[in-house]
Design a protein around this ligand. Structure first.
Ligand code: SF4
Length: 371
């Protein structure tokens, strides 16, 4: 019988993010777990494995491919209204109990995820970018599963995407190494990074280490990548005032220009106890972010119920520059140079050079790529 592991192991290539060690072992550097993988064994993510002293890594397929509004990633300061051709593979280096993509992220770790083999489609980097061009994408995003663990494949696609004039972004848990960030830097414009908690014990529960994520946020910012941070606010897990203040202070200390998205949780996968996040909790989190010194704070997953926290305001004069509801941009007022038209203050982010072409009142929902 062919197993999911058989299928995925065939869809691999030799990786670039690893170092050879003694006795045929390899040290993977794609994520901060830095697995030492002995011959015939797998890393923590299960999808990278040692085959006779060489690290094999996922290659040549997607398990998800669709055109999403960039606001869905979420990026609010990267080409508002644009379409992001988004691809994902299978596997993850974390095991979050509330994962909304667990069917694809937990393959080879949770037998219930094995059905995701049906999503696998063989494809070349050129074909991915062709889909993007056909769907009018200005951006290519690696998302749905953790992109760091499939960085070699992402770079192969991003090279083609950049040649076609597209921007390239990661939607990541931030469990990166300096090596993988250096590897990605020539091809990556932006990173959405989750900051799930400021308590290391919470991160251990999800399969990570807090300090690694904090280091990634600082490092990515210092490297000149555009960074937006998301905190899924889960009642009883990370919604205390103290924790939200710690996140706000950390981000503002890194840069007050980092947009912070506080988003609403709903029960999923193995976390079914806490009730969905109420809008008053998101509003409290957003107000804390502003008081902590962040200039751009957004509240997500509860469209129309979070007052002004879906809108981008000029931090200097207060003019509303981009109005949104859910994933739809309803107003766009930045200049071609990405500045406030009223006071001239440059807005941090990646903005359209042709404001008249920005899509207003777009569909606001994903369009699957048809194979
Ligand atoms: S990507 Fe991370 S979890 Fe997977 S093998 Fe490499 S270091 Fe280990």
């Amino acid at each position: 019988m062919t197993t999911l592991a058989d299928v995925l192991d065939r869809l691999t290539a030799e990786g670039e993010l690893y170092e050879k060690q003694a006795a045929g072992a390899v040290r993977c550097t794609a994520c901060a777990h830095r697995c030492l993988v002995r011959p015939g064994r797998r890393g923590i993510c299960q999808v990278r494995f040692n085959d006779q002293g060489a690290l094999r890594v996922p290659w040549g397929y997607v398990a998800g491919l669709q055109a999403d509004p960039i606001e869905k990633k979420p990026f609010f300061h990267v080409l508002p209204g644009a379409t992001a051709l988004t691809f994902g593979m299978l596997g993850c280096d974390f095991h979050c109990e509330y994962c909304q993509n667990w069917l694809t992220s937990q393959v080879l770790r949770d037998p219930e995820s094995d059905v995701s083999v049906q999503f696998v489609r063989r494809i070349s980097p050129e074909q991915v970018v062709e889909f993007g061009s056909r769907m009018g994408a200005e951006i290519v995003a690696s998302s749905y599963n953790e992109p760091l663990i499939t960085s070699e494949w992402a770079v192969a696609i991003f090279k083609q995407a950049m040649a076609a004039g597209m921007k390239c972004v990661y939607v990541s848990n931030g469990n990166a190494t300096p090596e993988v960030l250096d590897y990605l830097r020539p091809y990556l414009h932006g990173m959405k990074i989750d900051l799930k908690s400021m308590q290391d014990k919470n991160y251990r529960r999800l399969g990570g280490v807090l300090q690694n994520v904090l280091d990634t946020i600082r490092r990515a910012k210092e490297m000149g990548l555009w960074v937006e941070v998301v905190t899924l606010v889960v009642p009883g897990f990370n919604d205390s005032n103290q924790e939200l203040w710690e996140i706000g202070r950390f981000l503002a200390g890194s840069s007050p220009d980092i947009p912070w998205h506080v988003t609403a949780y709903h029960p999923d996968y193995r976390m079914t106890d806490p009730a969905p996040t109420p809008s008053r909790t998101l509003l409290r989190a957003a107000e804390i972010g502003r008081e902590a010194g962040l200039r751009y704070v957004y509240a997500g997953n509860l469209p129309g119920r979070v007052e002004e926290y879906e809108t981008t305001f000029c931090h200097q004069c207060g003019l509303a520059l981009v109005r949104r509801r859910a994933y739809v941009v309803s107003e766009y007022h930045l200049t071609a140079g990405g500045a406030c038209p009223q006071c001239g203050t440059p807005m941090p982010g990646i903005w359209s050079a042709d404001p008249d072409s920005v899509q207003i009142d777009g569909p606001g929902r994903p369009k699957p790529a048809r194979f």
